[in-house]
Design a protein around this ligand. Structure first.
Ligand SMILES: Nc1nc2c(ncn2[C@@H]2O[C@H](COP(=O)(O)OP(=O)(O)OP(=O)(O)O)[C@@H](O)[C@H]2O)c(=O)[nH]1
Ligand SMILES: [Mg+2]
Length: 489
């Protein structure tokens, strides 16, 4: 090919690409062949890139869901339900790791009762000074001690049971040590300015966002039956021996634990203290015989009732096979001091499932005993609804713990004593649910920067069968909404 007029001799690139001036016909043919080959390869690459782009467009986008709500609202329990429904294999694999958590939940309840008992016994014996009362933050209390009642009739048997159950203190320490920080509940701390807000402002420095990914799944990994990748055979052996030892101690205490829990004087003591063990998270006192047996294997129902708090942010990915979408669910810690860690997840989230435990209308936050738990949920909901960043994010509201709400109302707790605006409405479960639901709806309507539809579900997420149906509806709703938004874009 001769040099064309348009090519300037001064252009070094054109000069380099131009054919040599004295090209023979043979050389020209070879050059043209080389150029044709280069064009073919280039076209092939273009075609490949085009196909990849089309495939990428066809691939279904990842659906990101954030679970939010105060501590003990049921976020991790909801995640467990998702796991059970959409990731059966890992669920089954992880199930036995919950044994230690359930043992700890049980032993902790017993030790709590023992502390109260010790206190009562020492008051009866003039030679001993009373032991400090256990923290009221650990269980749900609603009444104060009645001082005009006849004294409780403790016997020698109570002292013996208390003595025989002493080894459970060490069992609790051992289990807490092995599970790490997640096994400790939030303690009421000094009420710093920052945490008096339902959703504290995000920290200025991005460093404060550095979150431990050390969620409950890594705590479980530490106590797996099988050997961890980085664990020596000797260490795994010692761990298995320790597990067996703890299980033996717990099994040895089973009879006394049952006797303590079923004892009428102890029950009366709990009643007078206003302690409702059965409303507390991680309640296994009605399952002592089964849970304390050596070789105990947790059931699905046990696992959803087990309590282990979330500290870091727990991410869980799974594929919803029928739809072919990958789902990423983020489970966060709900205590006030942990809520600043939520902000980085607001950016590109498809949907938020907000859990409000409506049975908590008569309880206070563990981390700040001045704050009513339902009031905290209302405030948190209001703050989330009003965030501009989330104005177009789909929000699904779970009014959770309906089973506990029903039990509480049936036991005679009156809503109007804790929520004055409830007034003289009937204290039955349907009226109370409707009232709370209307309140959440009204807040969303009043504070959302743009009109939004909120889908509300009345749930008891420890009921895995009912929750499976709810999650199916939630999943379809989220996908429909995400697709509709994608089309609008
Ligand atoms: N009875 C009853 N218990 C529930 C329900 N939902 C959750 N729980 C129990 O409440 C406790 C706390 O639930 P979690 O799921 O750990 O709460 P969370 O919101 O993850 O709490 P943090 O990790 O502290 O933020 C657990 O023992 C659950 O089994 C419910 O609907 N009914
Ligand atoms: Mg949690």
């Amino acid at each position: 090919m001769a040099r064309g007029n348009s090519i300037s001799d001064d252009d070094p690139l054109s000069a380099a690409l131009a054919p040599p001036p004295n090209e023979t016909p043979q050389e020209r043919q070879e050059r043209e062949q080389r150029e044709a080959e280069a064009r073919r390869v280039s076209d092939e690459i273009d075609e490949q890139l085009r196909n990849e782009r089309i495939a990428l467009k066809r691939r279904k986008p990842t659906v990101k869901v954030l679970l939010l709500g105060q501590s003990e609202s049921g976020k991790s329990t909801t995640l467990k339900n998702f796991q059970m429904q959409f990731a059966q294999d890992t669920w089954t694999e992880e199930r036995s790791s919950w044994r230690a958590v359930i043992q700890l939940n049980l032993v902790r309840s017993i030790n709590y009762i023992l502390d109260l008992l010790s206190n009562e016994l020492s008051q009866q014996s003039p030679t001993q000074s009373p032991t400090p009362r256990p923290s009221t933050a650990d269980v749900h209390r609603s009444r104060t001690n009645g001082s005009s009642l006849p004294p409780l009739r403790f016997t020698e048997q109570h002292r013996l049971i208390r003595l025989r159950l002493t080894p459970l203190k060490n069992v609790q320490n051992d289990l807490e040590h092995r599970l790490g920080a997640v096994s400790q509940e939030a303690k009421p701390g000094p009420q710093t300015e920052a945490f008096t807000e339902a959703l504290p402002l995000p920290p200025r420095s991005s460093e404060a966002y550095v979150q431990s990914r050390d969620g409950w799944r890594s705590a479980l990994a530490k106590i797996r039956n099988r050997r961890a990748d980085d664990e020596s055979a000797k260490a795994a052996d010692a761990r298995a021996r320790k597990d067996a030892e703890l299980a033996e101690v717990i099994a040895g205490c089973a009879e006394d634990m049952r006797a303590l829990w079923e004892d009428p004087v102890v029950r009366e003591m709990l009643k007078r203290e206003g302690v409702h063990m059965e409303h507390s998270p991680g309640f296994f006192l009605n399952d002592i015989e089964r849970v304390a047996r050596t070789g105990y294997e947790p059931s699905d129902n046990d696992v959803v009732r087990a309590r282990l708090r979330t500290l870091g942010v727990q991410q869980y990915n799974f594929l919803v096979e029928q739809m072919g979408h990958e789902w990423q669910i983020f489970d966060v810690g709900g205590a006030r001091s942990l809520r600043t860690a939520w902000y980085p997840y607001f950016d590109d989230v498809n949907a938020i499932i907000f859990l409000a435990p409506i049975s908590c209308f008569d309880e206070r936050l563990r981390e700040d005993r001045r704050v009513n738990r339902l009031e905290d949920s209302f405030l948190l909901w209001q703050t989330l609804c009003s965030l501009k960043l989330l104005a177009r994010t789909q929000i699904i509201l779970f009014l959770n713990k309906c089973d506990l709400l029903e039990r509480k109302l049936l036991s005679g707790v009156r809503v109007k004593n804790f929520v004055p605006s409830f007034g003289d409405r009937s204290n039955d479960v349907e009226t109370v649910k409707k009232y709370f639901q209307a309140h959440f709806k009204e807040i969303a309507k009043q504070y959302s920067p743009e009109p939004r539809r909120i889908s509300i579900h009345l749930t008891s997420v420890i009921d895995t069968k009912a929750t499976a149906a709810t999650l199916q509806a939630v999943e379809e709703g989220i996908l429909r909404d995400s697709l509709r938004r994608a089309e609008l874009i």
